[in-house]
Design a protein around this ligand. Structure first.
Ligand code: PLP
Length: 460
């Protein structure tokens, strides 16, 4: 139930002045926390929330290293260790001198220019870098402005590839249940159909083909019966399916589940045999999070199309990318409409691209594998205690991802409060309390995060 409407908080009391009456000064008076909260509640939509919001957001004043600094103490804490990496993106932590320098340097040259008819070093450097570090067959890069858009582009590429090849009937997608691919229309259509979004939009979303969720367990032996069913489903729909799209190895926002890389090899083989393209959505798993630079590396297979995002800019700016093979690019470019008709206004944004290149170089220039393994070991030891808590059904760790699964829906407010009391920022969802810390998180802070996860699991 939404909270009752409170006119005190929910709308501006005064009529709005015209902009000219506000004056042209760039001086902005700082808001007091109470004012900020009231205006936020009155005007600002937050993710997956009603308007006005149900839960009061914490006000962050600044962030540095792995710590968020709050505008005022909450539960006795003014600083919180970020156990979320800002939705898995801030892998190097906040206010990083190398990324700041990349941003400043680029800011003085240009923040943005259109990408139609123009190009620039930041975009070219980034695209080249991405081709170098992703599996060999991926050669061409479309820079998009968010993960969801990069998935839209991936879908458009696949449908257009088959259209150009004279097979326009191949325009559905096949995926397995339990996935998450973003919040715009096509991505929503391949998210787990049992989620609320699908029920809300059933009949409006394109109808895709769903296989059962892959059996749980990164280390589990592949289940031959599942493999057979998966192959059969792809074969049965090969005439109408343009592509199989999945998150490799870790299904993130759909439920934080891990599966055997062997299933990715099954998909690759089946897609090759049956003339279906294979898309890996590495938006959550890319840039080292699962212990390989890209999760596809666990399976040693390469997709035809791959999406990256989230950690691409080290959490600084919104940017994602869709990579494809020369076969896909050439197929599209030979077609009746020999162009990929997609071009966001902020495509290739130089600021984001400069920071992204700096972030990728920073990552691969260090022992990221060692850091991810170190954090994984810390999570394994620190979260072991959670197994004994009442209501906990599973504790799992892969790479720098730690998950505690409960037998009930988390009480988000209570769980958040418990974590904040431990000095940690977590954002549990559904029946999950989880963490994906920045790779620069020190051992003591990893243990602090683990204590917070346990506290949130206990009290949520
Ligand atoms: C977050 C996410 C997306 C969507 O990215 P946005 O930048 O939020 O649009 C898509 N796919 C996966 C696997 C994700 O984790």
């Amino acid at each position: 139930m939404p909270e009752p409407y409170d006119p005190e908080l929910s709308g501006p009391a005064e009529p709005k002045p015209y902009a000219s009456e506000l004056g042209g000064s760039s001086e902005q008076k700082p808001y007091a926390p109470d004012e900020l909260r009231a205006l936020d509640r009155a005007h600002v939509w937050h993710p997956y929330g009603p308007m006005p919001g149900r839960q009061e957001p914490l006000i962050v004043e600044s962030a540095s290293g792995v710590r968020l600094r709050l505008a005022e103490p909450v539960e006795g804490q003014r600083e919180l260790v970020d156990g979320m990496s800002s939705w898995w993106s801030a892998v190097h932590g906040y206010n990083h001198p190398v990324l700041n320098e990349a941003a400043r340097g680029q800011l003085d040259r240009m923040s943005h220019v259109m990408f139609g008819g123009l190009t620039h070093e930041p975009a070219v450097r980034l695209a080249t870098r991405l081709v170098e570090i992703t599996p060999e067959p991926l050669q061409h890069v479309f820079l998009a402005d968010s993960g969801s858009v990069s998935v839209e582009v991936a879908v458009k590429m696949c449908l257009q590839y088959w259209r150009s090849a004279g097979r326009p009937e191949k325009r559905r997608l096949l995926t397995w249940r339990g996935g998450y691919h973003g919040d715009t229309w096509q991505p929503m259509s391949v998210c787990d159909p049992d989620g609320g979004m699908h029920e809300l939009w059933s009949g409006a979303l394109p109808r895709q083909v769903f296989a059962d969720a892959p059996p749980d367990g990164f280390d589990a032996e592949p289940d031959p019966a599942y493999v057979a069913r998966l192959r059969e489903l792809i074969a049965a729909h090969a005439d109408e399916v343009a592509a199989v799209i999945v998150e490799p190895v870790v299904q993130g926002a759909g439920g934080m589940r891990f599966h055997s890389p062997a299933y990715l090899r099954v998909l690759r083989e089946a897609c090759d045999e049956l003339d279906v393209l294979l898309v890996f959505d590495e938006i959550a798993t890319g840039f080292g999070r699962t212990g390989k630079l890209f999760a596809a590396g666990h399976a040693g297979v390469s997709p035809d199309v791959m999406c990256v995002g989230k950690a691409l800019t080290g959490g600084y700016l919104t940017m994602a990318a869709t990579l494809c093979t020369s076969r896909v690019a050439e197929g599209i470019s030979r077609g009746e409409v020999p162009v990929l008709a997609h071009g966001p206004t902020f495509m290739g944004n130089p600021l984001a691209a400069s920071i992204a290149s700096a972030s990728v170089d920073l990552l691969i220039g260090q022992d990221w594998e060692g850091e991810v393994a170190r954090i994984g070991a810390g999570l394994r030891s620190g979260l072991a205690a959670a197994s004994d808590l009442p209501g906990v059904v599973d504790v799992r760790v892969l790479g720098a991802i730690g998950v505690v699964q409960l037998d009930h829906e988390v009480d988000m407010a209570a769980a958040t409060r418990a974590a904040v009391r431990e000095g940690v920022w977590l954002r549990p969802f559904r029946d999950l309390v989880y963490t994906m810390p920045p790779y620069v998180t020190g051992d003591d802070d990893v243990q602090r995060i683990c204590r917070a996860v346990c506290a949130a699991a206990r009290e949520g």
